[in-house]
Design a protein around this ligand. Structure first.
Ligand code: PGA
Length: 244
């Protein structure tokens, strides 16, 4: 199973460097798990060079280059060592965020040879599965259309992360029934609209070694996007072990 560790803005450059040197032995063992991806902040990406741990970025600009102060291009992230890129994470969606912006970020990531981790999710708890998927539909359609109209080769991999906004950082994990229903629908969408691409479906939102218990049995899930819990080495090791 795929485990994406999203460090968010919890560790500074120096803290990341210290953490990496303190845990170098455990990390080299974890690195044998090819399905672990760590997403530190932008500045810390180069710290992982030579460490054989796969790294991802937490966001990228929708633009390739130009007068976009404060933004980071997918190409620059690739050059800094990233192989994956989270796009559309709930914490990066500002008020004017649109499905078209998400789609452009997906294309930017793919063009720079990064595997996009496309985050979609419902905003409010207790939304019925059908309404939840309907809420995500504009994002899914915009991404599928943009990919189809692009020249991105069909062998590329796309990862859809079901991340209910109400479950991110709240300590409340979505129920197994909801995750099963949504991941089933996401797979169906990918089969119908992105059949030539390799797609994976993962879940994120308050995942810990404890909440993982029943979710990891779901055959519709290919892995997890883990935020806060991934910062603790012991917890990360447990999660990796549970998912191996
Ligand atoms: P969390 O974050 O595990 O801290 O809820 C998940 C995420 O935002 O990717």
């Amino acid at each position: 199973m795929l485990i994406i560790a999203n460090w968010k803005m919890y560790r500074s450059f120096t803290q990341a460097r210290v953490w990496l040197s303190e845990h170098s032995q455990e990390l080299s063992i974890l690195a044998q798990n090819q399905n672990l991806v760590i997403c530190p902040d932008f500045c810390s990406l180069p710290l992982f060079k030579g460490l054989s741990i796969t790294v991802g970025a937490q966001d990228c600009s929708e633009h390739a280059q130009g007068a976009y102060t404060g933004q980071v291009s997918a190409q620059s992230l690739k050059e800094a060592g990233a192989r994956y890129c989270i796009v559309g994470h709930g914490e990066t969606r500002h008020a004017n965020f649109t499905p078209q912006i998400l789609a452009r970020k997906v294309i930017a990531a793919l063009t720079a040879d990064l595997t996009p981790i496309i985050c979609v999710g419902d905003k409010l708890a207790n939304t019925a599965p059908q309404e939840a998927i309907a809420e995500m539909f504009p994002d899914l359609v915009a991404c599928a259309q943009a990919i189809k109209q692009s020249t991105i080769p069909t062998h590329r991999t796309l990862i859809f992360a079901y991340e209910p906004l109400w479950a991110i950082g709240s300590g409340v994990t979505a129920s197994i029934e909801l995750v099963e229903a949504i991941t089933h629908d996401l797979r169906k969408f990918a089969r119908e609209h992105l059949a030539h691409y390799q797609t994976h479906v993962i879940y994120g939102g308050s995942v810990t070694s404890e909440t993982l218990g029943s979710l990891r049995a779901l055959t519709s899930l290919d892995g997890f996007l883990v935020g806060k819990a991934s910062l603790d080495m012991q917890e990360l090791k447990k999660i990796v072990r549970l998912c191996s």
